[in-house]
Design a protein around this ligand. Structure first.
Ligand code: SF4
Ligand code: SF4
Ligand code: SF4
Length: 325
């Protein structure tokens, strides 16, 4: 057999259908095509492969995300008022260069953490972003129906109807969505409340995924630490990788299940503890409960549904009148 690299072997295998829908970042086009035929998509984030991109100004995944989404980032015009009746607002427009946390201008970042496990010190780098949950409380409890879970799995915020109330952030176990004041509907309908703004987060590059591509961060990762493909194949592959290193998977059960599967050589409870100690958010608490499955969440869901339905119907009617799909 000629001496071919693992990457080119995978590319050839994918092209010939040998590995089903599993696709690494080396063959983005094929991946999306495979994923489209099998319904929902998912990702693996393999902590044994990510090295945090040392020597680069910013990790390749972060840079790719910022480049891909820059047109969607908030554009603040005019003076931002406080979020009445609160005497404050959240403004990241002057801090767009921040890359060590999630912001409305930075939808993914990489946490570096050291974890001791079984006598060995592990240096881990963890790409963080929305997990694209199976039963997302952020979407189901949005009073304005500004979020949706798409049939392919990505959870999206519609910036045209988000009022920036931040309910989605409150009910997300990882507080993923981030608010920018001074943009969105308030600027048109009620400038006094413009301090509310709009929530922003990773959309799993839905435009690319829907048309057979792969998320920008997946394609950019030089270590193939992020894998994208049909969700159930990602789940199986994540379990296989974890078993191979006597390791652990995160995201399969957390918050009732997600489309993102982290693979780690150390328990996530230890990672969560280490993140807490260095005050790095979000944490990685294992077996985190889905708010929608708690008595409080069920009751709130029942209250929110009719209101959200009215807003959704209103928005759909406006779109129809404008001749949009
Ligand atoms: S996931 Fe890939 S691109 Fe992102 S920091 Fe890790 S190695 Fe770099
Ligand atoms: S991670 Fe948070 S923001 Fe993303 S889908 Fe789940 S609940 Fe929503
Ligand atoms: S999937 Fe797309 S939006 Fe999400 S972090 Fe990656 S590049 Fe950014």
């Amino acid at each position: 057999m000629p001496n071919i690299s693992r990457r080119s072997f995978l590319k050839r295998s994918i092209a010939s259908g040998v590995v089903g829908g599993l696709v690494l970042s080396g063959a983005p086009k094929m991946l999306g095509a495979q994923a489209k035929t099998t319904g929902q998509v998912g990702t693996i984030i393999d902590l044994t492969k990510c090295d945090g991109c040392p020597g680069r100004e910013m990790p390749a995944c972060v840079e790719a995300c910022r480049t891909k989404n820059k047109e969607k980032f908030p554009k603040v015009e005019g003076e931002i008022q406080d979020y009445w009746p609160q005497k404050k607002h959240e403004d990241w427009s002057q801090k767009q260069q921040v890359i060590n946390r999630l912001t409305p201008y930075n939808w993914t970042f990489v946490q570096a953490v050291q974890v001791e496990h079984e006598g060995k010190l592990h240096e881990l780098h963890i790409q963080r972003r929305c997990m694209h949950c199976d039963n997302p409380p952020c979407a189901h409890l949005c009073p304005f129906s500004a979020q949706e879970k798409t049939p392919e799995g990505p959870v999206l915020i519609n910036p045209n109807i988000c009022f920036g109330g931040a309910k989605c952030r409150d009910v997300c176990p990882w507080q993923i969505p981030q608010r920018q004041a001074g943009v969105g509907l308030y600027t048109k309908v009620a400038p006094k409340y413009v301090g509310g703004g709009v929530m922003y987060k990773c959309d799993l590059c839905y435009d690319l995924v829907k048309t057979g591509g792969v998320p920008a961060c997946v394609a950019a990762c030089p270590k193939e630490a992020i894998v994208f493909g049909p969700k159930e194949e990602m789940r199986i592959e994540a379990r296989r990788r974890a078993e191979g290193i006597n390791g652990y998977v995160y995201g399969e059960k957390e918050n009732g299940g997600t489309s993102t599967f982290y693979v780690s050589p150390v328990p996530f409870a230890k990672i969560d503890r280490a993140l807490k100690e260095q005050q790095s958010m979000p944490g990685m608490k294992p077996a985190v409960e889905n708010y929608l499955e708690t008595p409080n969440g069920i009751a709130k869901g029942l209250l929110v549904a009719p209101v959200a339905g009215i807003f959704a119907a209103g928005y759909a009617a406006v779109k129809t009148m404008k001749g949009e799909d």
